[in-house]
Design a protein around this ligand. Structure first.
Ligand code: A2P
Length: 343
């Protein structure tokens, strides 16, 4: 079996670490796992795919000989290095928002629009974490009933802000409980306390009052579902949960809806599981969907405020389906369909 040389840019970060874990878990055929990060981490040793690998600083020379590079080091680094990697014949799968809306960059959730991978010209974008989780629940319903518009409220875990977000929640919780009195190191990740609180603000505000994160849900959903005029309103909220994002969705459809048909549409769809027995107190929660590949769907009911509307609750591990897993699934599609060559 052919094996592939993979670069992981941001290998020391929250998503990078999950990519390393999932490469092993999913037995991706690896010839080399090249761990790249900032100069701060150069020389660190990390176990990856059965070997002790040394982390290297990311430079323009880092991509020589690689088949695929998965970037999870923020937009600035993607802008700085992705094109350099691409020009060296390496297919870039980018977790940042840098290229998602570029017309010549496919934005892929393999279960939804995996065929688009074949159109790539060296860069493929991975969607925003909340968008990926929300669409895993919405897409099967769209296929059955025809999606007209939706309203989403997100409950986003602190690990979505990187390893430092988790540390900040930990530190503030210890301080609130009186087990730590030291001052936090460095700048805050969140604009307000996150322990015992929630913050209705993720990313920068725009003039219309929405945040950039909220606009990602609208713009990226339109592109992935190929519904350019889909109407979407989203509120993104950071909550003191370590891991897995939850999204409350109220969706309106073209055709008449009912709960049994909605369940039927969802059941058996790849990458999701129905977890919807309210009388047995069964509904998806972040604690159950941490380190889980499938997204959970529950609380399905006919929406009382919309015509042909359904309300639902979707939970997914944003470090996995919202980032590392989705990126790796894209790599798997590239390999399966033999579309690594583009130059
Ligand atoms: P480093 O650990 O060396 O700072 P997170 O999302 O958890 O905050 O992680 C961000 C990731 O991006 C880390 O792996 C971090 O590496 C990496 N990173 C930050 N700045 C750079 C850079 N200039 N070049 C390459 N990787 C970077």
């Amino acid at each position: 079996m052919k094996k592939y040389r993979i670069g992981i840019v941001g290998a020391t970060g929250a998503v990078g670490q999950e990519i390393i874990h999932l490469l092993e878990k999913r037995e991706f055929p690896i010839a080399e796992a090249r761990l790249l990060a900032s100069a701060r981490s150069a020389g660190r040793e990390i176990q990856a795919c059965g070997n002790l690998e040394i982390v290297r600083e990311t430079t323009p020379e880092s991509f020589k000989g690689l088949d695929i590079a998965i970037f999870s080091a923020g937009s600035q680094n993607s802008i700085q290095f992705a094109e350099i990697a691409r020009r060296q014949g390496c297919v870039v799968i980018d977790n940042s928002s840098a290229f998602r809306m570029d017309a010549d960059v496919p934005l892929i959730i393999p279960e939804i629009n995996g065929d688009e991978v074949e159109k790539h010209q060296g860069i493929i974008a991975n969607p925003n974490c909340s968008t990926a989780v929300a669409l895993m629940g919405l897409h099967p319903l769209h296929k059955r009933f025809g999606l007209k518009r939706f309203i989403a409220s997100t409950y986003q875990a602190v690990s979505g802000a990187g390893a430092a977000g988790v540390e900040e929640l930990d530190q503030q919780t210890r301080t609130a409980l009186g087990v730590e009195t030291s001052e936090p190191k460095g700048d805050s990740i969140f604009p307000h306390p996150i322990a015992y609180n929630l913050i209705p603000h993720i990313d920068d505000f725009r003039e219309d009052g929405y945040t950039k994160e909220e606009l990602k849900m609208r713009n990226e959903s339109r592109k992935i579902l190929n519904l350019p005029s889909l109407e979407i309103s989203c509120t993104c909220v950071r909550v003191p949960v370590y891991r897995a994002h939850s999204i409350s969705i109220n969706a309106e459809f073209e055709s008449t809806v009912n709960v049994p048909d909605a369940r039927d549409a969802l059941e058996g769809s790849p990458g999701i599981e129905l977890w919807d027995l309210p009388n047995a107190q069964r509904y998806p929660m972040p604690i159950n969907y941490t380190e889980k590949e499938a997204c959970g769907i529950g609380r399905i009911r006919v929406d009382h405020a919309l015509k042909n509307g359904l309300a639902l609750w979707v939970v997914g591990d944003q470090l996995w389906k919202g980032a590392a897993l989705n990126a790796l699934q894209i790599a798997e599609v590239l390999v399966e369909r033999k579309c690594l060559r583009f130059m």
